[in-house]
Design a protein around this ligand. Sequence first.
Ligand SMILES: [Zn+2]
Length: 436
Amino acid sequence: MVTRAESSIGALVAPLVLGVLSAGCGGGSSGGGGGAAPPTTTTLPQLSAVSPTQGPPGTRVTITGTGFAASAQGNAVFFGAAQATTIFASSATAIECEVPPGATAGTVSLSVSTAAGASNALSFSVSAQGGGPTIASLSPTAGPVGTTVTIAGTGFDPNPAANTVTFNGTPTTVGSASATQLTVPVPSGATSGVVVVTLSGGSSNGVAFTVTQSGGSGQGASGSRALDYLSAVPFTNLLIEVDSVQGAAPDAAALDRLRARIAERCNKPGGVTLLVDDTVASPGFSNWTVSQIQAFEQQHRDHYPSGNTAVLYVLYLDNGSDGDSGNSRVLGLSYSGTSFCLFKDSVQSASTLTISGPVIERAVLVHELGHNLGLVNNGVPMQTPHQDTANGAHDANTGCVMHFSVETSLVSQLLGTVPDQFDAACIADLQAAGGK
Ligand SMILES: [Zn+2]
Protein backbone atom coordinates (compact mmCIF):
# COMPACT_ATOMS: atom_id res chain seq x y z
CA MET A 1 0.00 0.00 0.00
CA VAL A 2 1.21 3.42 -0.83
CA THR A 3 -0.66 6.40 0.44
CA ARG A 4 -0.91 9.56 -1.50
CA ALA A 5 1.26 11.32 1.00
CA GLU A 6 4.01 8.80 0.47
CA SER A 7 3.57 8.62 -3.26
CA SER A 8 4.04 12.35 -3.52
CA ILE A 9 7.56 12.37 -2.19
CA GLY A 10 9.04 13.55 -5.38
CA ALA A 11 10.64 11.75 -8.23
CA LEU A 12 11.29 8.53 -6.39
CA VAL A 13 7.73 7.52 -6.95
CA ALA A 14 7.11 9.40 -10.12
CA PRO A 15 6.56 6.24 -12.09
CA LEU A 16 3.77 5.22 -9.76
CA VAL A 17 0.48 5.24 -11.52
CA LEU A 18 -2.92 5.38 -10.01
CA GLY A 19 -4.95 2.39 -10.90
CA VAL A 20 -8.23 4.12 -11.39
CA LEU A 21 -8.24 7.83 -11.00
CA SER A 22 -11.72 8.06 -9.58
CA ALA A 23 -10.67 5.70 -6.83
CA GLY A 24 -8.14 8.24 -5.72
CA CYS A 25 -10.74 10.31 -3.94
CA GLY A 26 -10.51 10.65 -0.21
CA GLY A 27 -7.67 10.31 2.18
CA GLY A 28 -5.19 7.51 2.05
CA SER A 29 -6.37 5.97 -1.16
CA SER A 30 -3.91 3.55 -2.49
CA GLY A 31 -1.91 3.87 -5.59
CA GLY A 32 -2.17 0.88 -7.74
CA GLY A 33 1.35 -0.40 -7.59
CA GLY A 34 2.26 -3.59 -9.34
CA GLY A 35 0.69 -2.70 -12.62
CA ALA A 36 -2.91 -2.36 -11.60
CA ALA A 37 -3.22 -0.19 -14.65
CA PRO A 38 -0.93 -0.01 -17.61
CA PRO A 39 1.27 3.05 -17.86
CA THR A 40 0.08 5.39 -20.49
CA THR A 41 2.20 7.29 -22.88
CA THR A 42 0.79 10.62 -21.66
CA THR A 43 3.21 12.94 -19.89
CA LEU A 44 3.02 12.95 -16.12
CA PRO A 45 1.84 16.20 -14.57
CA GLN A 46 4.64 18.39 -13.32
CA LEU A 47 4.11 21.04 -10.66
CA SER A 48 6.18 24.21 -10.76
CA ALA A 49 4.53 26.46 -8.20
CA VAL A 50 1.58 26.99 -5.90
CA SER A 51 0.22 30.32 -4.74
CA PRO A 52 -0.30 31.04 -1.93
CA THR A 53 1.94 28.48 -0.26
CA GLN A 54 -0.08 28.39 2.95
CA GLY A 55 -3.58 28.85 4.25
CA PRO A 56 -6.42 27.23 6.14
CA PRO A 57 -8.99 24.91 4.58
CA GLY A 58 -11.08 26.97 2.21
CA THR A 59 -8.12 28.93 0.88
CA ARG A 60 -8.20 29.30 -2.89
CA VAL A 61 -4.89 28.34 -4.45
CA THR A 62 -3.49 28.35 -7.95
CA ILE A 63 -1.17 25.55 -8.99
CA THR A 64 0.94 26.06 -12.08
CA GLY A 65 2.83 23.44 -14.04
CA THR A 66 2.43 21.19 -17.06
CA GLY A 67 0.60 18.07 -18.00
CA PHE A 68 -2.67 18.82 -16.23
CA ALA A 69 -5.97 17.63 -17.61
CA ALA A 70 -7.91 20.37 -19.30
CA SER A 71 -11.10 19.35 -17.55
CA ALA A 72 -11.42 19.84 -13.81
CA GLN A 73 -12.60 16.26 -13.36
CA GLY A 74 -9.45 14.95 -14.95
CA ASN A 75 -7.24 16.22 -12.12
CA ALA A 76 -7.10 14.93 -8.56
CA VAL A 77 -5.40 17.46 -6.30
CA PHE A 78 -4.09 16.21 -2.97
CA PHE A 79 -3.16 18.27 0.09
CA GLY A 80 -1.43 15.45 1.95
CA ALA A 81 -4.02 12.71 2.11
CA ALA A 82 -6.98 15.02 1.58
CA GLN A 83 -8.26 15.48 -1.91
CA ALA A 84 -9.50 18.85 -3.03
CA THR A 85 -13.23 18.65 -3.59
CA THR A 86 -13.57 22.03 -5.24
CA ILE A 87 -11.67 22.77 -8.43
CA PHE A 88 -12.66 26.12 -9.84
CA ALA A 89 -10.79 25.95 -13.11
CA SER A 90 -8.17 23.94 -14.84
CA SER A 91 -6.08 23.99 -17.98
CA ALA A 92 -3.03 22.10 -19.12
CA THR A 93 -0.81 24.52 -17.20
CA ALA A 94 -2.86 25.75 -14.23
CA ILE A 95 -5.36 24.49 -11.68
CA GLU A 96 -7.33 26.71 -9.35
CA CYS A 97 -8.77 24.86 -6.38
CA GLU A 98 -9.65 25.11 -2.72
CA VAL A 99 -7.74 23.62 0.22
CA PRO A 100 -10.15 20.85 1.29
CA PRO A 101 -11.88 20.85 4.68
CA GLY A 102 -10.17 17.59 5.65
CA ALA A 103 -6.62 18.81 5.10
CA THR A 104 -4.40 18.14 8.12
CA ALA A 105 -2.81 21.17 9.72
CA GLY A 106 0.90 21.45 9.16
CA THR A 107 3.16 21.10 6.17
CA VAL A 108 1.76 18.65 3.65
CA SER A 109 2.75 17.47 0.21
CA LEU A 110 0.73 18.96 -2.59
CA SER A 111 0.41 16.81 -5.67
CA VAL A 112 -1.78 16.37 -8.71
CA SER A 113 -2.74 13.12 -10.34
CA THR A 114 -4.13 12.69 -13.79
CA ALA A 115 -4.89 9.62 -15.81
CA ALA A 116 -1.20 9.58 -16.63
CA GLY A 117 -0.12 9.39 -13.01
CA ALA A 118 1.02 11.43 -10.08
CA SER A 119 3.03 14.60 -10.21
CA ASN A 120 6.00 15.66 -8.20
CA ALA A 121 5.18 17.20 -4.83
CA LEU A 122 5.32 20.75 -3.55
CA SER A 123 5.15 21.80 0.07
CA PHE A 124 2.00 23.48 1.28
CA SER A 125 1.37 24.67 4.82
CA VAL A 126 -2.16 24.05 6.03
CA SER A 127 -3.19 26.40 8.86
CA ALA A 128 -5.10 25.16 11.86
CA GLN A 129 -8.36 23.44 11.22
CA GLY A 130 -11.29 25.81 11.37
CA GLY A 131 -9.78 28.35 9.08
CA GLY A 132 -7.11 30.02 11.16
CA PRO A 133 -8.17 32.52 13.81
CA THR A 134 -11.80 32.71 14.81
CA ILE A 135 -13.47 35.58 16.64
CA ALA A 136 -16.13 34.47 19.11
CA SER A 137 -16.98 37.85 20.59
CA LEU A 138 -15.97 41.47 21.06
CA SER A 139 -16.34 43.41 24.29
CA PRO A 140 -17.55 46.08 24.08
CA THR A 141 -19.19 45.96 20.64
CA ALA A 142 -19.26 49.74 20.28
CA GLY A 143 -17.25 52.72 21.45
CA PRO A 144 -15.28 55.74 20.36
CA VAL A 145 -11.73 55.80 19.08
CA GLY A 146 -9.41 54.76 21.91
CA THR A 147 -11.81 52.29 23.50
CA THR A 148 -10.04 49.13 24.61
CA VAL A 149 -11.71 46.16 22.94
CA THR A 150 -11.24 42.59 24.10
CA ILE A 151 -11.43 40.04 21.31
CA ALA A 152 -12.20 36.50 22.44
CA GLY A 153 -11.72 33.59 20.10
CA THR A 154 -9.31 30.89 19.02
CA GLY A 155 -6.19 30.54 16.96
CA PHE A 156 -4.60 33.86 17.93
CA ASP A 157 -0.85 34.20 18.20
CA PRO A 158 0.49 34.83 21.73
CA ASN A 159 3.00 37.19 20.15
CA PRO A 160 1.02 40.47 19.90
CA ALA A 161 2.86 41.65 16.80
CA ALA A 162 2.00 38.48 14.88
CA ASN A 163 -1.72 39.32 14.93
CA THR A 164 -3.05 41.95 12.58
CA VAL A 165 -6.36 43.40 13.76
CA THR A 166 -8.41 45.73 11.60
CA PHE A 167 -11.54 47.77 12.30
CA ASN A 168 -13.38 48.02 9.00
CA GLY A 169 -9.99 47.82 7.31
CA THR A 170 -8.12 50.23 9.60
CA PRO A 171 -5.30 48.42 11.41
CA THR A 172 -4.68 48.85 15.11
CA THR A 173 -1.90 47.87 17.49
CA VAL A 174 -2.41 44.72 19.53
CA GLY A 175 -1.81 45.43 23.21
CA SER A 176 -1.83 42.00 24.79
CA ALA A 177 -2.27 38.59 23.24
CA SER A 178 -2.88 34.98 24.09
CA ALA A 179 -4.12 32.11 21.94
CA THR A 180 -7.71 32.95 22.91
CA GLN A 181 -7.75 36.68 23.67
CA LEU A 182 -6.47 39.93 22.23
CA THR A 183 -6.86 43.45 23.54
CA VAL A 184 -6.72 46.33 21.11
CA PRO A 185 -7.67 50.00 21.06
CA VAL A 186 -10.14 51.27 18.49
CA PRO A 187 -7.66 52.92 16.10
CA SER A 188 -7.72 56.54 15.10
CA GLY A 189 -9.65 56.94 11.85
CA ALA A 190 -11.64 53.75 12.37
CA THR A 191 -15.20 53.57 11.07
CA SER A 192 -18.00 51.17 11.94
CA GLY A 193 -17.72 47.78 10.30
CA VAL A 194 -16.26 44.38 10.98
CA VAL A 195 -13.26 43.55 13.12
CA VAL A 196 -10.99 40.92 11.56
CA VAL A 197 -7.91 39.17 12.95
CA THR A 198 -5.34 38.08 10.39
CA LEU A 199 -2.40 35.76 10.97
CA SER A 200 0.09 34.44 8.47
CA GLY A 201 -2.18 31.45 7.98
CA GLY A 202 -5.36 33.32 7.20
CA SER A 203 -8.04 35.67 8.35
CA SER A 204 -10.82 35.23 10.87
CA ASN A 205 -14.48 35.79 10.47
CA GLY A 206 -15.58 39.41 10.79
CA VAL A 207 -17.57 40.64 13.80
CA ALA A 208 -19.41 43.94 13.74
CA PHE A 209 -18.19 46.88 15.81
CA THR A 210 -19.79 50.33 15.95
CA VAL A 211 -17.43 53.27 16.25
CA THR A 212 -19.31 55.95 18.15
CA GLN A 213 -18.70 59.65 17.79
CA SER A 214 -15.68 61.27 19.32
CA GLY A 215 -15.54 64.61 21.07
CA GLY A 216 -15.43 65.12 24.80
CA SER A 217 -15.71 61.67 26.23
CA GLY A 218 -16.92 60.49 22.85
CA GLN A 219 -20.58 60.93 23.70
CA GLY A 220 -21.03 64.67 23.24
CA ALA A 221 -21.72 67.30 25.87
CA SER A 222 -24.14 66.86 28.75
CA GLY A 223 -27.69 67.21 27.46
CA SER A 224 -26.72 66.61 23.84
CA ARG A 225 -28.32 63.14 23.81
CA ALA A 226 -31.48 64.13 25.66
CA LEU A 227 -33.82 63.14 22.85
CA ASP A 228 -32.24 59.66 22.68
CA TYR A 229 -33.48 59.13 26.24
CA LEU A 230 -36.80 60.93 26.11
CA SER A 231 -38.16 59.67 22.80
CA ALA A 232 -38.84 56.08 21.75
CA VAL A 233 -37.13 56.81 18.46
CA PRO A 234 -34.59 55.53 17.63
CA PHE A 235 -34.06 53.81 20.99
CA THR A 236 -36.94 51.76 22.41
CA ASN A 237 -34.84 50.42 25.29
CA LEU A 238 -32.51 51.92 27.85
CA LEU A 239 -29.64 50.30 29.68
CA ILE A 240 -28.15 51.88 32.80
CA GLU A 241 -24.59 50.63 33.26
CA VAL A 242 -23.13 51.33 36.71
CA ASP A 243 -19.44 50.97 37.46
CA SER A 244 -17.90 51.91 40.78
CA VAL A 245 -14.54 52.42 42.39
CA GLN A 246 -13.88 50.12 45.32
CA GLY A 247 -15.18 51.70 48.51
CA ALA A 248 -17.71 53.81 46.62
CA ALA A 249 -20.41 51.20 46.15
CA PRO A 250 -23.84 52.38 45.04
CA ASP A 251 -26.84 52.34 47.36
CA ALA A 252 -29.30 49.89 45.80
CA ALA A 253 -32.37 51.90 46.79
CA ALA A 254 -30.89 55.04 45.27
CA LEU A 255 -30.29 53.24 41.98
CA ASP A 256 -33.87 51.98 42.06
CA ARG A 257 -35.05 55.56 42.44
CA LEU A 258 -32.95 56.59 39.43
CA ARG A 259 -34.45 53.80 37.38
CA ALA A 260 -37.96 54.72 38.50
CA ARG A 261 -37.49 58.36 37.48
CA ILE A 262 -36.25 57.26 34.06
CA ALA A 263 -39.24 54.96 33.62
CA GLU A 264 -41.55 57.83 34.59
CA ARG A 265 -40.15 60.34 32.11
CA CYS A 266 -38.57 58.41 29.24
CA ASN A 267 -40.49 56.69 26.46
CA LYS A 268 -38.87 53.28 26.52
CA PRO A 269 -41.53 50.70 25.63
CA GLY A 270 -38.83 48.00 25.54
CA GLY A 271 -37.93 48.65 29.15
CA VAL A 272 -35.25 50.19 31.35
CA THR A 273 -32.57 47.77 32.54
CA LEU A 274 -30.22 48.40 35.42
CA LEU A 275 -26.82 46.73 35.15
CA VAL A 276 -24.65 47.08 38.25
CA ASP A 277 -21.42 46.14 36.55
CA ASP A 278 -17.76 46.50 37.50
CA THR A 279 -16.16 47.35 40.82
CA VAL A 280 -12.71 48.67 40.06
CA ALA A 281 -9.69 49.36 42.28
CA SER A 282 -9.30 53.04 43.05
CA PRO A 283 -6.67 54.77 40.92
CA GLY A 284 -6.07 57.00 43.96
CA PHE A 285 -6.97 60.40 42.54
CA SER A 286 -7.80 62.73 45.43
CA ASN A 287 -9.53 65.27 43.19
CA TRP A 288 -10.79 63.80 39.93
CA THR A 289 -10.45 65.96 36.84
CA VAL A 290 -12.92 65.62 33.99
CA SER A 291 -10.24 64.12 31.77
CA GLN A 292 -9.38 61.55 34.45
CA ILE A 293 -13.05 60.67 34.72
CA GLN A 294 -13.39 60.37 30.97
CA ALA A 295 -10.32 58.16 30.71
CA PHE A 296 -11.65 55.97 33.52
CA GLU A 297 -14.94 55.66 31.69
CA GLN A 298 -13.24 54.69 28.45
CA GLN A 299 -11.32 52.00 30.28
CA HIS A 300 -14.28 50.41 32.03
CA ARG A 301 -17.46 51.25 30.16
CA ASP A 302 -18.82 48.27 28.25
CA HIS A 303 -21.98 49.62 26.63
CA TYR A 304 -22.68 52.41 24.18
CA PRO A 305 -25.87 53.33 22.35
CA SER A 306 -26.44 50.79 19.62
CA GLY A 307 -29.27 48.97 17.91
CA ASN A 308 -32.50 49.80 19.75
CA THR A 309 -30.83 50.48 23.10
CA ALA A 310 -29.76 53.81 24.54
CA VAL A 311 -27.21 53.67 27.35
CA LEU A 312 -26.75 55.81 30.43
CA TYR A 313 -23.39 55.24 32.07
CA VAL A 314 -23.18 55.97 35.80
CA LEU A 315 -19.83 56.07 37.55
CA TYR A 316 -19.42 55.99 41.33
CA LEU A 317 -16.11 57.62 42.27
CA ASP A 318 -14.21 57.99 45.52
CA ASN A 319 -12.57 61.04 47.09
CA GLY A 320 -13.47 64.34 45.47
CA SER A 321 -13.67 66.50 42.38
CA ASP A 322 -11.21 69.13 41.24
CA GLY A 323 -14.23 71.42 41.42
CA ASP A 324 -14.20 71.16 45.23
CA SER A 325 -13.08 74.20 47.19
CA GLY A 326 -12.80 74.11 50.93
CA ASN A 327 -15.97 72.77 52.47
CA SER A 328 -17.87 73.19 49.23
CA ARG A 329 -17.83 69.86 47.49
CA VAL A 330 -19.24 68.68 44.20
CA LEU A 331 -21.51 65.66 44.69
CA GLY A 332 -22.10 64.73 41.07
CA LEU A 333 -21.22 65.71 37.53
CA SER A 334 -22.89 65.10 34.20
CA TYR A 335 -19.78 65.22 32.04
CA SER A 336 -20.99 63.80 28.72
CA GLY A 337 -24.14 63.23 26.74
CA THR A 338 -24.49 59.65 27.96
CA SER A 339 -22.69 59.56 31.28
CA PHE A 340 -22.47 61.11 34.71
CA CYS A 341 -20.60 60.43 37.92
CA LEU A 342 -21.32 60.64 41.60
CA PHE A 343 -18.70 61.35 44.27
CA LYS A 344 -19.67 58.91 46.96
CA ASP A 345 -17.34 60.19 49.69
CA SER A 346 -18.57 63.73 49.15
CA VAL A 347 -22.18 62.56 49.28
CA GLN A 348 -21.50 60.85 52.59
CA SER A 349 -19.70 63.83 54.04
CA ALA A 350 -22.67 66.03 53.12
CA SER A 351 -25.05 63.90 55.20
CA THR A 352 -26.31 65.20 58.52
CA LEU A 353 -28.26 63.84 61.46
CA THR A 354 -31.48 64.60 59.64
CA ILE A 355 -30.48 64.00 56.02
CA SER A 356 -28.95 60.60 55.38
CA GLY A 357 -26.38 59.72 52.78
CA PRO A 358 -28.75 57.51 50.77
CA VAL A 359 -31.33 60.31 50.60
CA ILE A 360 -28.72 62.67 49.19
CA GLU A 361 -27.38 59.96 46.91
CA ARG A 362 -30.72 59.31 45.24
CA ALA A 363 -31.31 63.03 44.77
CA VAL A 364 -27.89 63.49 43.17
CA LEU A 365 -28.54 60.57 40.80
CA VAL A 366 -31.85 62.07 39.67
CA HIS A 367 -30.26 65.53 39.41
CA GLU A 368 -27.48 64.32 37.11
CA LEU A 369 -30.01 62.33 35.13
CA GLY A 370 -31.89 65.60 34.66
CA HIS A 371 -28.80 67.17 33.09
CA ASN A 372 -28.49 64.21 30.72
CA LEU A 373 -32.17 64.73 29.87
CA GLY A 374 -31.34 68.30 28.86
CA LEU A 375 -32.40 70.18 32.00
CA VAL A 376 -32.45 73.06 32.66
CA ASN A 377 -32.33 74.76 29.26
CA ASN A 378 -29.39 72.46 28.51
CA GLY A 379 -30.54 70.48 25.48
CA VAL A 380 -34.31 70.73 25.75
CA PRO A 381 -35.95 74.15 25.45
CA MET A 382 -37.80 75.66 28.40
CA GLN A 383 -41.56 75.88 28.04
CA THR A 384 -41.68 78.55 30.76
CA PRO A 385 -38.76 80.49 32.26
CA HIS A 386 -37.48 78.60 35.31
CA GLN A 387 -33.73 78.60 34.95
CA ASP A 388 -31.54 79.85 37.78
CA THR A 389 -29.22 81.56 35.32
CA ALA A 390 -26.80 82.62 38.05
CA ASN A 391 -26.14 78.95 38.69
CA GLY A 392 -26.03 77.50 35.21
CA ALA A 393 -28.36 74.79 33.95
CA HIS A 394 -30.40 74.62 37.16
CA ASP A 395 -33.92 75.28 38.34
CA ALA A 396 -34.78 78.34 40.40
CA ASN A 397 -37.20 76.28 42.48
CA THR A 398 -35.62 74.96 45.68
CA GLY A 399 -38.29 72.24 45.69
CA CYS A 400 -37.03 70.80 42.41
CA VAL A 401 -34.32 68.16 42.16
CA MET A 402 -32.69 70.38 39.54
CA HIS A 403 -31.91 73.09 42.11
CA PHE A 404 -28.17 73.71 42.03
CA SER A 405 -27.70 72.95 45.73
CA VAL A 406 -28.65 69.30 45.20
CA GLU A 407 -25.29 68.55 43.59
CA THR A 408 -23.18 70.43 46.13
CA SER A 409 -22.51 70.09 49.83
CA LEU A 410 -25.05 72.92 50.23
CA VAL A 411 -27.66 70.19 49.92
CA SER A 412 -27.71 69.86 53.69
CA GLN A 413 -28.91 73.46 53.96
CA LEU A 414 -32.10 72.66 52.08
CA LEU A 415 -35.02 72.83 54.42
CA GLY A 416 -37.09 69.73 54.88
CA THR A 417 -36.41 66.76 52.66
CA VAL A 418 -34.08 66.74 49.71
CA PRO A 419 -36.18 66.75 46.53
CA ASP A 420 -35.69 63.87 44.13
CA GLN A 421 -38.53 64.91 41.83
CA PHE A 422 -38.60 67.13 38.78
CA ASP A 423 -40.95 70.05 39.25
CA ALA A 424 -43.82 70.86 36.92
CA ALA A 425 -41.74 73.26 34.83
CA CYS A 426 -39.05 70.62 34.24
CA ILE A 427 -41.63 67.96 33.44
CA ALA A 428 -43.23 70.26 30.88
CA ASP A 429 -39.83 70.70 29.21
CA LEU A 430 -39.27 66.94 29.10
CA GLN A 431 -42.73 66.25 27.70
CA ALA A 432 -42.36 68.90 25.01
CA ALA A 433 -39.14 67.16 23.92
CA GLY A 434 -40.74 63.74 23.55
CA GLY A 435 -40.66 62.53 27.12
CA LYS A 436 -43.47 61.50 29.40
ZN1 LIG B 1 -26.54 70.25 38.33
